[in-house]
Design a protein around this ligand. Sequence first.
Ligand code: ATP
Length: 308
Amino acid sequence: MKTRILNQLRAASGIISGESLSAEFGISRVSIWKHIRKLQEIGYNIIATPKGYRLIDSLDALFPWEFPGRESKIHYFDEVGSTMEIARDLARKGCPDFTVVVSGKQKKGRGRLQRVWLSSDGGLYFTLILRPKIPPVLCFRINFLASQVLAETLRTMFNINAMVKWPNDILVNNKKISGMLSEMETEADLVTFVNIGIGLNVNNDPTHNEPNAISLKKILNHEISRKKILSEYLDQFEKRMINPDFENIIPEWKKYTMTLNQSVRIVTTQDVTEGIAIDVDENGALILRLADGSTKKVIYGDCFLQNT
Ligand code: ATP
């Protein structure tokens, strides 16, 4: 009912009477009033006048009913430790494919290798739970697809030059706007779930602690709706997951990467490798040409571009 009332309020150019809402939905005016009160309590700016109700501004809320058709699969929290923890729990309990855990902020947002992801108010923080019926070895490609679709979504929606840095950071003007990490569990050689966590700097500003970060608001000079980004991203990603073209994921991803043909330094807990990034293989490993002319494959590590 909240979704329907909100839709009516949004569609109305001005005030809409309690009477017409009650006739539209076949419930009493008192029930309408109670729903309006609930919406006001959770932050919607709705003014009530003797003539009826009016929605003042569109709240950038991430509540399930803001995603029509996905309501039952969106789990919204004002604040969590990490959306990854909640998603793992839900996945182990058997939640359906394409369940989303989204939070207004995270106290313990994390990146790869247990690093911190700064997650203050205004950013978009979510974990998507996928249950592709594929062998684990193909899961890497899903991660690449996830970052490619995010780069494409940002490019299309905001006309910005979003690029992917291997393996899956999104950068704009060489500054990091998004980080991604994934976790998977398998059983009998099949994936039971793969969870993809994304942190995107939207209206937050992490630059005080992370000078190499950037946010959409900084780039575009105005506030951006997180809800619209999430909704568009889910739509695009879901379309691509219906029948993924696994053979083409890495070749497609390469169109958006800034890592290839660059001089890079790959740092792992074991070693540091420097070379020219010449390719990414079918499993997502980065292939480097080393100074002695030989090649080396790296499957994980922090990638630093040498000339930026
Ligand atoms: P790298 O930045 O070296 O590519 P990574 O891809 O492993 O590292 P993630 O694990 O995705 O990075 O994110 C963690 C790192 O991102 C942190 O160590 C920190 O340097 C940086 N970081 C943390 N919060 C933010 C943020 N909100 N915006 C941009 N960068 C951040």
